[in-house]
Design a protein around this ligand. Structure first.
Ligand code: BT5
Length: 260
């Protein structure tokens, strides 16, 4: 993967711009700076290695050289999309999941931001916002995808089991440029329909643990346990507790686990 092969592979897509790095701290940091500096909609920062890759709450995201896809997409929301921005994590998750399905795999989305294969984390999403006063100027959507086995961190740093496309396909995965193309193609298609019920249904149908008991940890509060029913129209998660009471879990730093 290099700048030339990426540009060539993405030439059929209408991307805003591309910055490629052999090595970088975090593609999200570069994309946040570029967005604040006027990057066009659908501009992409991509790196072959991240030395300071991050997850939510500054947790570390592992991206060893030559093993993974790590990129950040800059979105400038149109007025039609603005009312639906809370669905953005679903847009990213669905795009990654459907690109995995095209490879013959069976991905599920662990709400809100992980993509699982065989119940193991294969990709994560980190969305950050550039504000203009009280309005959203742009969004940076960071996506990290474990392509080769060597992208998987040592088990002792993991909060949840992890895998890679190479492990799950049990053969050489497609070139990383091709996987990127497939994710972006899905992303551009679904973004057009992001405000529709069809979008929520597709997202909901891909959720992991539907109909199962799950536990949600949100910040320092006591964990919530309930049956995972589905999504609200803003993308919040809908659970039902043992007293038959509806619980809506909004975004934030939540982590979801199957209940013991
Ligand atoms: C995430 O956070 O899953 C969001 C990851 C986003 C990474 C992309 S790469 C491009 C862009 N640039 C960045 O700097 N970030 C974005 P979270 O849900 O907080 O999960 C973080 C946790 O996942 C860590 O604490 C580890 O336990 C685990 N982890 C770290 N690296 C991993 C990997 N390669 N595969 C699976 N799990 C990993």
């Amino acid at each position: 993967m290099n700048e030339h092969t990426i540009k060539k592979t993405l030439s059929k897509l209408n991307i805003g711009g591309l910055r490629y790095f052999d090595s970088i701290g975090s593609t999200n940091d570069e994309a946040l700076a570029w967005a604040a500096d006027g990057a066009k909609d659908l501009s992409i920062v991509i790196a072959d290695e991240q030395t300071q890759g991050r997850g939510r709450l500054n947790r570390k995201w592992f991206t060893p050289k030559g093993t993974a896809l790590a990129f950040s997409l800059i979105l400038r929301p149109s007025s039609t999309l603005r009312p639906h921005l809370s669905r953005t994590v679903g847009l990213a998750a669905l795009s990654i999941a459907e690109s995995f399905s095209k490879l013959g795999l069976a991905p599920l989305i662990k709400w809100p931001n992980d993509i699982l294969l065989n119940n193991k984390k294969t990709a994560g999403i980190l969305i950050e916002t550039v504000w203009s006063g009280e309005d959203v100027d742009s969004l940076v959507i960071g996506m990290g995808i474990n392509v080769y086995k060597a992208s998987i961190p040592p088990a002792d740093v993991l909060q949840f089991p992890a895998t890679s496309l190479e492990d799950e396909l049990a053969k050489e995965p497609p070139a990383r440029e091709e996987i990127l193309f497939s994710i972006l193609e899905k992303f551009i298609q679904w973004r057009e329909r992001m405000g529709t019920n069809e979008f929520i249904t597709a997202w909901e149908e891909t959720l992991a643990f539907r109909g199962q008991q799950v536990q949600i940890h949100a910040g320092g509060e006591a964990p919530i346990t309930g049956e995972l029913l589905g999504l609200e129209s803003d993308g919040s998660l809908h659970l039902r507790d043992i007293h038959d009471k509806s619980i809506i879990v909004r975004f934030g730093d939540v982590s979801l686990r199957p209940a013991a």
